[in-house]
Design a protein around this ligand. Structure first.
Ligand SMILES: Cc1cc2nc3c(=O)[nH]c(=O)nc-3n(C[C@H](O)[C@H](O)[C@H](O)COP(=O)(O)OP(=O)(O)OC[C@H]3O[C@@H](n4cnc5c(N)ncnc54)[C@H](O)[C@@H]3O)c2cc1C
Ligand code: FES
Length: 256
């Protein structure tokens, strides 16, 4: 893990208050694995303000570049959105556990909103292609799907207001696909309700389901216990830290 000054090289704004930042961060890009995140200090916030965690959207070790995709939802992300290219950020990473890269069946990636970020990085590293199931409240929450299609992945979209893809939750197309081919491996990132629904399906079908949990974080390095989650392993329940023991856990381990 490194704590470095990373320069914002490029900012690409997307509809729906989302943006993609390209960072010059060679030490982190060299070690980043899909599912890991970076903990970012926004320089214009007071020094006492906490860092903010963002999944690694992509990494290019040869170029020393790292990408994050974020949604402007509050104080920290609004301050981040106001920074111009050329700004230097203090970035800690890569932090946390990664998604395994050995799917036992067709990889089914399930994303809600910005949850698509670590799943894109995963799609570029998995040994086989599969299907991205992506859901959101409205069409503006459906991000970067053309990149998955260009990589040879199938994309299935669901929006709650029906403005893009099937009307309803992302579990709708996922259930259809699991009914047709239950030999899958599930990987998901998004809100808790979606993660639990995906995990329940992995358990019901007897397949593996890897869930990236999104918890409020403070230190991001395992010291403060702000991010604990109850985990059951080998029949024993205990609290684990999502920042360093996760964020990726297998469905059967999570006690919701
Ligand atoms: C491991 C991990 C990976 C993440 N990856 C991404 C990512 O790739 N892209 C992205 O946009 N966001 C990601 N997040 C969420 C991101 O960290 C929060 O949106 C951000 O910290 C909010 O900061 P803020 O100061 O703008 O919001 P605040 O002003 O602190 O809060 C604004 C609103 O956002 C909610 N919020 C704050 N933190 C979180 C959180 N961790 N999860 C859900 N809601 C939150 C608050 O409850 C509040 O409603 C990730 C979180 C974790 C734990
Ligand atoms: S955020 Fe401090 S232990 Fe996880």
């Amino acid at each position: 893990m490194h704590d470095i000054d990373a320069t914002i090289l490029d900012i690409r704004t997307l509809p729906g208050n989302y943006a993609v930042l390209t960072l010059d961060a060679p030490a982190i890009a060299a070690e980043a694995r899909p599912g890991q995140f970076v903990h970012v200090r926004v320089p214009t916030l007071e020094p006492s303000r906490l860092r903010r965690p963002f999944s690694i959207y992509d990494a290019d070790p040869a170029a020393g570049r790292l990408w994050i995709l974020y949604k402007n939802v509050g104080l920290g992300t609004a301050a981040l959105a106001a920074l111009p290219a050329g700004t230097r950020l203090r970035v800690l990473g890569p932090v946390g556990t990664a998604f395994p890269l050995d799917p036992k069946g067709a990889p089914y990636l399930v994303a809600g909103g910005y949850g698509v970020a670590p799943l894109w990085f995963l799609a570029t590293r998995l040994p086989r292609k599969g299907t991205l199931f992506v859901g959101g409240r409205t069409a503006a929450d459906i991000l970067e799907t053309e990149r998955f299609e260009a990589l040879g992945w199938t994309v299935r979209v669901a929006t709650q207001d029906g403005s893009r893809g099937q009307a309803g939750l992302v579990t709708l197309p996922l259930d259809e696909a699991l009914a047709a081919n239950p030999e899958a491996e599930l990987y998901a990132c998004g809100p808790d309700g979606m993660l639990k629904a995906v995990g329940d399906r992995a358990i019901a079908h007897g397949i593996r389901g890897w869930l990236s949990l999104d918890k409020h974080m403070v230190c991001g390095v395992g010291a403060c216990l702000a991010c604990v989650q109850k985990i059951r392993r080998n029949g024993v329940e205990r609290l684990e830290r999502v920042c360093v023991d996760g964020p990726v856990f297998e469905s059967r381990e999570i006690v919701w």
